[in-house]
Design a protein around this ligand. Structure first.
Ligand SMILES: Cc1ncc(COP(=O)(O)O)c(C=O)c1O
Length: 426
C-alpha cells in the first residue's frame, strides 16, 4: 500500500532514496555515475523530492519572492530560511558602502591575498575585526568553509590527531582530511566521550568545537570540553560561524559568553551569517596569524574577497558593534518563538539559540511537509541525510532580529497546522 504522504505519481519506495544511493557506479568510466542519478533526478524534481536551490528574486529580508523548485511559479513567502540573523545584509549603510566601493575598486580583488589581491581596505577590516574580538590579529579567508579547511590543514600534519564533535560542519571534517591527520569523532557535546578517546592518543592534538551547532542549534558545552582538552595538553579551535556577533557581553561569541575567551586557543568565524555577507576569519596572536598566512592553501591559492564585499562588511561590523539592541531583539524573538512552539507541541530538539530545527524525524515525509509549508506561505528548507543523521530529518529555522512577533506567530500557525495534519505533533 502506498504511504499516505506519498504524492500522486511518486513511485512506491521512491522517497527512500537519497544521495548515498548514487555515490558509486559500475565500471571504470566516471560518467557511469550519471545515468542512474539522472533517471532519479528526472522523477525527484517534479515529485517534490528536491526542494533545494530554489531561486530567490529579492534581498533575503523577512519576506521574499522564491521560485518554487517543483512548479517553477514565483511565490511570496515569509522568510525564516536566511542566515541574516541581525538583518544586516540589506541595511542602507551596508549597501551604500558597497556602492561607493564598487565605484572606487571595480568588481573584484583580481589576485590572491599574498600576491596582488590585498588592498588597504582588507588590512583595515582585519584590524577592526581583531579589535572587536579582542585579539592581536586576524586572517581573512574567501569563505567560512575555506577558513576551516585552510586553518586546520595549516596547523595539523599526518601523525597528528584532530578530535571532532560528531555533528561537526563539513568544512571542519574536510580541514582534517586535507591535513591528512587522524580524525577521531566524539559524541555530540559529550566531554566524557572526548575524555575516553583522548586518553588513548599520544602526540599533537587539536579539539574542534562549534559555538552553536549549525543543524541542531544547541550551544557547545564549552567549559567541560575545554577542561578535558587542557588536561590532555591539546589545543582548541572554536568555530563561531553561528555565534559571533550574537553571544557574549560584547558579541564576540560563545567563548566570551562562558567567560572563556582567553582560554580557547583559536577563534574562527564567518561573515555569511550574522553580517549577511561572505567570507571567513580566524583571530589569535600575531605569531599564529603569520604562520597561517604562510601555510593555508585554501587562502593563498584563491582570489581574495572583493573589496566591495569588504566595504559592506566593515559597515556591517560597525552596526553589529554599535547596536546591541539588535542582539536584544533577536533574543526576545528567539524566546517568543520557543515559548510558542512549546505551547503548540512542536519539537525543536535541543536548540537554545536562533537556529531551530523543526524535527520531522521521517526521511520520507520531510519533503511533503516542506512543500505544504511553502504552499501556505513560509520559506523553510528541509534538511536530510547526509547533512543530518538518517531519520533525523528536519526543517531548519533561522530567526532574525528583523522578524516581528506577527511574522513569528504566522510561522508558528503554518508549521503547527501542517505538523498536526501529518501527525507529527499533537
Ligand atoms: C559551523 C559552520 N562552519 C563553517 C561554515 C561555512 O561557512 P560559509 O558558508 O561562510 O562558507 C558553516 C556554514 O554553514 C557552518 O555552519
Amino acid at each position: 500500500m502506498e504511504p499516505a504522504h506519498n504524492k500522486a505519481g511518486a513511485k512506491p519506495g521512491f522517497e527512500e532514496y537519497d544521495y548515498s544511493n548514487f555515490y558509486y557506479g559500475a565500471g571504470d568510466d566516471p560518467l557511469n555515475l550519471l545515468t542512474p542519478f539522472a533517471r532519479w533526478w528526472r522523477d525527484a524534481v517534479p515529485n517534490g523530492y528536491y526542494l533545494y536551490q530554489e531561486a530567490l528574486e529579492d534581498a533575503p529580508t523577512t519576506h521574499v519572492r522564491v521560485r518554487n523548485g517543483k512548479t517553477k511559479q514565483v511565490q511570496d513567502l515569509l522568510n525564516l530560511a536566511s542566515y541574516n540573523y541581525l538583518g544586516i545584509s540589506y541595511r542602507p549603510e551596508v549597501k551604500q558602502a558597497a556602492i561607493e566601493a564598487v565605484e572606487k575598486y571595480g568588481l573584484g580583488a583580481s589576485g590572491s591575498p599574498i600576491l596582488s589581491g590585498t588592498f588597504g581596505i582588507h588590512e583595515r577590516f582585519a584590524e577592526e575585526l581583531a579589535a572587536f574580538k579582542g585579539k592581536e590579529a586576524t586572517i581573512i579567508f574567501p569563505t567560512g568553509y575555506s577558513a576551516n579547511v585552510g586553518f586546520i590543514s595549516a596547523l595539523m600534519r599526518s601523525g597528528d590527531t584532530v578530535f571532532l564533535d560528531q555533528y561537526s560542519h563539513a568544512s571542519i571534517v574536510d580541514g582534517a582530511i586535507l591535513a591528512k591527520s587522524k580524525t577521531v569523532f566524539f559524541r555530540h557535546n559529550n566531554p566524557l566521550d572526548l575524555e575516553r578517546k583522548m586518553a588513548r592518543v599520544k602526540g599533537k592534538k587539536l579539539v574542534v568545537v562549534e559555538g552553536v551547532y549549525s543543524m541542531d542549534g544547541d550551544v557547545c558545552t564549552l567549559p567541560e570540553i575545554l577542561e578535558v582538552t587542557k588536561r590532555h595538553g591539546a589545543r582548541m579551535l572554536i568555530d563561531e560561524a553561528h555565534s559571533t556577533f550574537l553571544f557574549g557581553p560584547n558579541g564576540r561569541g560563545v567563548a566570551e559568553h562562558y567567560g572563556l575567551d582567553k582560554e580557547v586557543d583559536f577563534h574562527l568565524g564567518t561573515f555569511s551569517k550574522s553580517l549577511g555577507g561572505q567570507g571567513g576569519f580566524v583571530c589569535g596572536s600575531q605569531d599564529l596569524i603569520d604562520y597561517v598566512v604562510a601555510f593555508s592553501r585554501s587562502r593563498f591559492f584563491s582570489c581574495n574577497l572583493s573589496p566591495v564585499l569588504v566595504a559592506g562588511l566593515r559597515a556591517g561590523l560597525q552596526i553589529a558593534s554599535e547596536e546591541p539592541e539588535l542582539r536584544a531583539k533577536l533574543w526576545s524573538n528567539v524566546a517568543f518563538l520557543r515559548r510558542r512552539f512549546e505551547e503548540e507541541g512542536v519539537d525543536i530538539g535541543k536548540s537554545n539559540s536562533q537556529v531551530m530545527p523543526v524535527m520531522v524525524n521521517n526521511d520520507a515525509k520531510v519533503f511533503a511537509v516542506a512543500e505544504k509549508i511553502q504552499d501556505r506561505g513560509l520559506f523553510l528548507n528541509p534538511v536530510t541525510y547526509p547533512a543530518v543523521p538518517k531519520h533525523k530529518s528536519r526543517l531548519r529555522i533561522s530567526v532574525s532580529a528583523a522578524h516581528s512577533e506577527e511574522d513569528l506567530e504566522k510561522a508558528v500557525g503554518i508549521i503547527a497546522g501542517v505538523l498536526r495534519e501529518e501527525d507529527i505533533c499533537r
